[in-house]
Design a protein around this ligand. Structure first.
Ligand code: THR
Ligand code: THR
Lengths: 158, 158
């Protein structure tokens, strides 16, 4: 299957929020994101990886705009207390960079190439989320231009 | 912005692989996924959330087909030893369910609704990965039909 990478996009109006140690049981994701939806907060990435402890808790990571940060923090602090989580991390020193295309699946080298481009530029990948049409990474905010150039170079050899 | 959810998809030919405690430094994601690409392994989801420890390590989670599992395990076990990771988890008791549409961003309620549908069906969400056009969840394998029906019901009220 032919993979067509259409472009490299970026977004620097991003804040990463991590709720540490939410109960890993049905209803929790709903609770968190319905509270944000109720406040009309746009959520971009949502990333939940695996339970990393013997207790039934898991970290929930998502991104919102820098403008919504204040309001989000208030909502999440409340939820965090109610769920007795291990804490909340707010990191606005991030930017999102994505390789966008079609038919990502069936082309194992695409993600490797994108990660390789960032590695070559010495840029650490902090969060990864993928879909059939995109590979998105959160990186340090001030590296975003470098990152876009590196990935673009890798796929389009300008 | 109008969100159009086009459908609910699922995939039960899925195995979840987690490499626990990989070094969180440039070049690591490249190393893992170029090794898989070299062996022509198709990787579907890649999910990396946040560092969950004071040491500079992080968990890398991805999915491959059940058919590739054997070969993937061999590759990842080698990489794991070389990187001195904390271990590898292989879980083939999972299936993937996705809500697919357009313009996900700008519609905070969509993810909440999907998570709510799963919660109402008592289905635990194990992994989450999103993009502008899709919200994907890994759930227990034998819940996939129930999950698809629940999400479909929620969005299409059949
Ligand atoms: C953590 C959260 O995703 C939980 N497992 C749920 O199903 O809602
Ligand atoms: C863990 C992995 O993503 C690492 N941070 C890298 O940049 O390759």
């Amino acid at each position: 299957k032919e993979f067509i990478i259409r472009g490299v996009t970026h977004d620097d109006n991003v804040t990463k929020i991590a709720i540490l140690g939410v109960p890993d049981q049905p209803g929790i994701a709903y609770k968190i994101f319905s509270a944000l939806a109720k406040a009309n907060i746009d959520v971009d990435m949502i990333v939940q990886s695996i339970r990393n402890s013997d207790q039934n808790v898991i970290d929930m990571v998502f991104t919102v705009t820098k403008t919504d940060l204040h309001q989000v923090k208030a909502i999440i602090d409340d939820i965090g207390k109610e769920m007795e989580t291990l804490g909340v991390i707010v990191d606005d020193n991030v930017a999102k960079v994505s390789a966008v295309g079609a038919g990502m699946l069936g082309n194992p080298g695409i993600a490797a190439n994108m990660f390789g481009a960032l590695a070559k530029a010495g840029i650490n990948i902090e969060v990864i989320s993928t879909s059939e049409i995109s590979i998105s990474c959160l990186i340090q905010a001030d590296k975003v231009t470098e990152a876009v150039n590196a990935i673009h170079q890798c796929f389009f050899k300008d």
